[in-house]
Ligand binder design. Sequence first.
Ligand SMILES: NC(=O)c1ccc[n+]([C@@H]2O[C@H](COP(=O)([O-])OP(=O)(O)OC[C@H]3O[C@@H](n4cnc5c(N)ncnc54)[C@H](O)[C@@H]3O)[C@@H](O)[C@H]2O)c1
Length: 326
Amino acid sequence: MSIQKRSVGIVGVGHVGSHCAYSLAVQGIVDELVLCDTNEALMAAQAKDLFDAACCYPHRVAIRTGPISALAGCDIVVICVAREIPEVALRDAELANSVREVKSLIPRLMSAGFDGIIINITNPCDAITQIVWRDSGLDSRKVIGTGTGLDSARFRSILGREVDLNPSAINGFVLGEHGNAQFPAWSHVTVGGKALAQLEKSSPRFSQIDKEKITQEVKGSGYQVWFTKRGIDFSVTSVLAQVVRCIYNDEKVAMPLSVMLDGQYGQSGVYVSTPAIIGREGVEEILELELPDDEMKHFGASCESVRRNVRRANEMVAEGLGGENE
Ligand SMILES: NC(=O)c1ccc[n+]([C@@H]2O[C@H](COP(=O)([O-])OP(=O)(O)OC[C@H]3O[C@@H](n4cnc5c(N)ncnc54)[C@H](O)[C@@H]3O)[C@@H](O)[C@H]2O)c1
């Protein structure tokens, strides 16, 4: 008999990383957490705080800390590093610092022998996921960005509030970039298998919805939260925990995540969000939705925005910015 320990490494244990660790421990998704942060005092304090709650978790969770090489044996590594998030809180404004950090840590993780799945949260999420994939040399099915997983959760929560339904009853996705070019795929919203376009005609609770207002609220949610509490923790880490659970339990459910497109929507070689089947092997299948013209236009704009960030990142690396910490 061989019983495998479920071990997840978390790189960057500030707001997001520490909440990732807590979500995974308190939901009983992992047996071991390995924390890594360049701020060693913070790393030790986060580990101690998580350890002190050990008797409240559904089962025993070992908490370790260490340098990036200590994560080599983990099944999954979650990246949530950041360096001086700019006051403007625009995801693209983090590009230079995020590139510098991942260019420093990914080669060290890989040379230590890591061969699992990487989930990236660091912003700008899609471009950074693409750089992580490229620098890791891993199969693109093993490198995933949380992408619009968070925006889709916001979308379902806000729409649920507007029509007075449990968000879990609503099937709907935000597609594209985890950034300003994102858009809710209104054409694919369903409740109980019934399309929104039909519900708008037949159900009073759907007849009054203001799609533009909801779209803008979804887009603005992150900024609203960040400007007040200087961090976004519960929502994105709930999504992260869902992805990790899907992998460990081989759940094979469709989640909107940032994945490497290979011809879907006429796009290739770019990380952007669309529903994907997630299981033990990571991304098992990428689903391409049939979108009307206006949504296809938004999708194309999202891909262009991510490509622009990747180009900018390449230029920064060529100018020496990305190599500073190596
Ligand atoms: N994708 C999403 O949906 C989403 C949502 C919220 C936040 N984010 C992003 O997550 C990232 C983290 O945000 P936060 O609020 O936790 O930031 P934070 O500043 O609270 O924490 C970042 C941590 O990373 C550490 N760090 C930096 N470089 C490192 C390295 N090379 N190795 C190890 N540790 C390193 C820092 O010491 C710090 O403790 C940001 O990029 C933020 O924009 C993404």
